[in-house]
Design a protein around this ligand. Sequence first.
Ligand code: MRU
Length: 364
Amino acid sequence: MRIGGRHYQTIWLNADGWSVEIIDQTRLPHRFETVTLRSCEDAARAILTMQVRGAPLIGVTAAYGLCLGLREDASDEAMDRAIADLARQRPTAVNLRWALEEVRAAVRNLPREGRVEAAYRRTAELCRDDVETCRRIGAHGLDLIRSIAATKQPGVPVNVLTHCNAGWLACVDWGTATSPVYHAHDAGIPVHVWVDETRPRNQGAALTAYELGSHGVPHTIVVDNAGGHLMQSGKVDVCIVGTDRVTANGDVANKIGTYLKALAAEDNAVPFYVALPHSTIDWDLDDGLDIPIEERSADEVLKMPGRLPDGSVVTVEIAAPGSPAGNPAFDVTPARLVTGLLTERGLCPASREGLLSLYPERGR
Ligand code: MRU
């Protein structure tokens, strides 16, 4: 996507052919900086500290981390260690495990000498696949937005509400939940996005707003608790969110607060869609309540970073000194609250039957 007139993806291989460049998302929106990953440990740290975040992006970053690890030691034992180390950095998004297993499968039966090249090749494929997958999600989502636009007066925008950042910054390009928005905007359909700020880390206010603004998409940041009121007031036509893991029966894990938006949407008859790539489906899990929910540092709740008028970025305390805080990073929206799952293969009901209608090869 475009930043300052230049096209960027979130992760790329440097000209040396082996080190990996990422956009440091902990610096956005105040500074655009990139960071070079030169080892498996660098990749694991980038995932843990959320320099990279978003389910698809942490998947491909982990895959590159494995490539970097194999450069140092391509033995089976070292590969197992690297995979275990990378996978445990963030437990909820299944894409992380999926991408690592894809690379493992590509190199497992090769002699050590051939593993590094094969791992890089497979990871490059995963990146290309993610871009194309997200583009297709957007093309299907465009039909959805177009059909809503057809019910409105010409020129009146379609109001989309989204939570967290399921944009291009969370993927390699395009995004999942934002891809339909970009496609609609580029097709000349008036669209406006309500951006949930997404406490505690503010992925909405800091990242989604940054990318929508960079692309020229009209948007408004709202506090997380505003969604119910906006829906009640008829100001939301559709909710589109991303996800970190969808179970085989269509339950959806996503950033904490998503469930409350789905409840409000249900109560106000606002359609609630979840956009996802195939790599986010956990076919081994039936019940969303079995999804491991990452518990993050209390500091994320008790403190907040921000920019001062002199341009410096500082972190300040915002809570009563000494009070403890809990920080579950994700919640689970039951399938019954999801209007539809928007995938690269089209739209389906949030159910086992729905998913199998799009991915029949999984039923065998
Ligand atoms: O904690 P984060 O910022 O990694 O959480 C990201 C989300 O919850 C996204 O909505 C999800 O990963 C989907 S990204 C296409």
